[in-house]
Design a protein. Structure first.
Length: 558
């Protein structure tokens, strides 16, 4: 949550900086359907081919070129003079082929053309010369882009553009680091849980991190000399992300999904594969794959999860909540293509932020399942008490000095086999459940109660309980165990055999030694004429053998 708040604060500050930016007065026009063979000299002579933008004051160009090449012209008005250096920024990281040329009239009246090299930032950025050095310069930007283009541009001071780029760079790097951290955490979890959804989540997080690396422009800025086909790289990352998302969702809805919904998820999973072939099958197929991977498939997944959530099936509601940020960000971004949503300066980061929120929710689902399975592995299915595995963990804590005990008691049930043989195993199970409930109700908070198998139980009394309180507690347990239990119209009872070792415990004693001594006492409590509770201090229990009769607490006539 802190990371989300940090990113939102950065976004707000970046929006404020962009809104408060001041720039010189430039008039923007565009030549949409330019022939690719035309050079800057030809373009500079075709002033009539340029038309004003639909909303030039917004600093946003939107359109498509039928030839795949367009020219954007920025004309500096002679009425204003920029005394300070200005930078030009195109806020779009997916441009493969973009050039900036400055055209000015020299003293002989001829057009002087200068090609300006871009600066090493994540977006295409150029440093413009001060207008006093070239008072009537026009800037021509050649853009090669085959698809519909939403291109925000900005002319402002170097400090403002660098500051804004730094803020969004920090956001992008933070998201990448967080995705990698989630993947690493789940990989560590996967060493305990060998399941398909852990591997799918790791793939989801890594592909989301790769998406941020591309969409933020960081990949292009890190490898300035390499021309990347970012559109196809995005398709690849989306295909991998979609595949892993569907695998993750299927793994978490499999027990409750109907065959039709399960089959639809499987179809979506394998339908993501053709998007990997989009770079080799032409622009038309790539466009269809793009629409499927980014819009159609996420919406279908949303509908399937909504149907399961409506039926209140399993984890469907949690998964639906987790998927919503991704789909809402996607709809917001691509709704701009048909004019449904406005353009914001954070639009290129919304999908990444939405995926991060989805990853957080998916990670929470995994963590919840892990805690549930870990709890189940440490819990006795019948009684709900901690089991032998949980007791082993307490034993390790005792042996390492992190658990101090006042007493350890081992209890089994006399006549339990008779109940099983006479009334059936269902009656025996009911007896164990009822006795576990009764004992749990009287145990103090400083104690732990385990069922380690059959009719055997362990009680650990932690430090802070006196010997007299231990004797009273075990006597109370013996009495409530012997009370009758009713089941299916029948009434029956058992009795407790309890062997206990009381403290103080020396530092070098092991948990297994305490258990062995308590087991001997419990065995001796079964002998004829023996009391049902035998308690011995450790100093006497070290040499305890079955033939000896230690001090006892007598709770019933023999």
């Amino acid at each position: 949550m802190r990371s989300v708040i940090f990113i939102l604060m950065l976004i707000v500050s970046a929006n404020f900086a962009a809104a408060s930016a001041q720039s010189c007065d430039y008039e923007a026009t565009v030549f949409n359907d330019a022939q690719p063979a035309l050079n800057i000299s030809d373009i500079a002579e075709r002033a009539n081919s340029f038309v004003p933008l639909k909303a030039p004051e917004s600093g946003l160009f939107e359109g498509r070129s039928s030839t795949g090449v367009m020219w954007l012209r920025l004309h500096h008005s002679a009425r204003t003079i920029c005394e300070t250096p200005q930078w030009l920024q195109l806020k779009y990281p997916y441009l493969k082929d973009v050039e900036l040329h400055a055209v000015a009239q020299n003293s002989a009246g001829r057009a002087a053309v200068t090609t300006i090299a871009p600066l090493p930032l994540q977006y295409p950025v150029w440093a413009l010369p001060p207008s006093r050095d070239a008072p009537v310069s026009d800037y021509y930007i050649r853009i090669s882009h085959p698809d519909f283009l939403i291109l925000p541009y900005e002319i402002g001071s170097p400090g403002q553009i660098v500051g804004e780029a730094a803020v969004f760079g920090v956001i992008s790097v933070s998201l990448i680091v967080l995705f990698l951290a989630l993947a690493f955490q789940t990989a560590a979890l996967g060493r305990v849980l060998d399941r398909s959804d852990t591997a799918a989540f790791i793939g989801f997080a890594l592909s989301a991190a790769f998406y941020v690396l591309i969409s933020s422009g960081l990949l292009g800025s890190l490898f300035r000399d390499v021309v990347f086909d970012t559109r196809h790289l995005l398709l690849t990352s989306q295909a991998v992300l979609l595949w892993n998302a569907v695998v993750f969702l299927r793994a978490n809805i499999k027990p409750v999904a109907t065959p039709r919904i399960s089959s639809t998820f499987r179809i979506l999973q394998y339908a993501a594969l053709p998007t990997l072939l989009a770079p080799f099958l032409g622009d038309a197929f790539a466009s269809l794959a793009f629409l499927f991977a980014f819009i159609a498939a996420p919406l279908i997944i949303l509908g399937l999860l909504a149907a399961l959530a409506y039926q209140r099936q399993g984890q469907a509601t949690g998964l639906l909540i987790g998927w919503c940020p991704t789909i809402l960000a996607t709809v917001w971004i691509y709704g701009r293509l048909i004019g449904l949503t406005p353009y914001l300066s954070i639009n290129h980061h919304l999908v990444a932020i939405g995926r991060f929120l989805t990853a957080l929710r998916f990670n929470a689902v995994l963590a919840f399942k892990y805690r549930g399975e870990a709890r189940a592995a440490r819990t006795d299915i019948l009684t709900g008490l901690p089991n032998r595995r949980a007791m082993t963990e307490s034993a390790k804590r005792f042996d390492s000095g992190h658990l101090v005990l006042s007493a350890l008691a081992l209890m089994d049930l006399r006549k339990f086999k008779v109940v099983n043989d006479t009334y059936g195993h269902a009656a025996g199970d009911h007896l164990l459940i009822e006795i576990s409930r009764r004992i749990s109700a009287v145990l103090p908070k400083q104690s732990d109660f385990f069922r380690i198998g059959g009719d055997e139980f362990i009680i650990l009394v932690r430090a802070g309980i006196s010997r007299g309180e231990v004797d009273k507690l075990l006597s109370a347990i013996s009495k409530i165990v012997s009370q009758p239990v009713s089941y299916a119209g029948k009434s029956f009872s058992v009795e407790a055999n309890i062997g206990a070792i009381a403290g103080p415990m020396p530092d070098d004693v092991s948990f297994s030694s305490l258990m062995a001594a308590a087991d001997k006492l419990a065995y001796m409590a079964k002998l004829p004429d023996a009391p049902d509770i035998l308690i011995e201090p450790w100093s006497s229990a070290e040499t305890l053998v079955h033939e000896k009769r230690p001090g006892a607490v007598r709770t019933r006539p023999t």
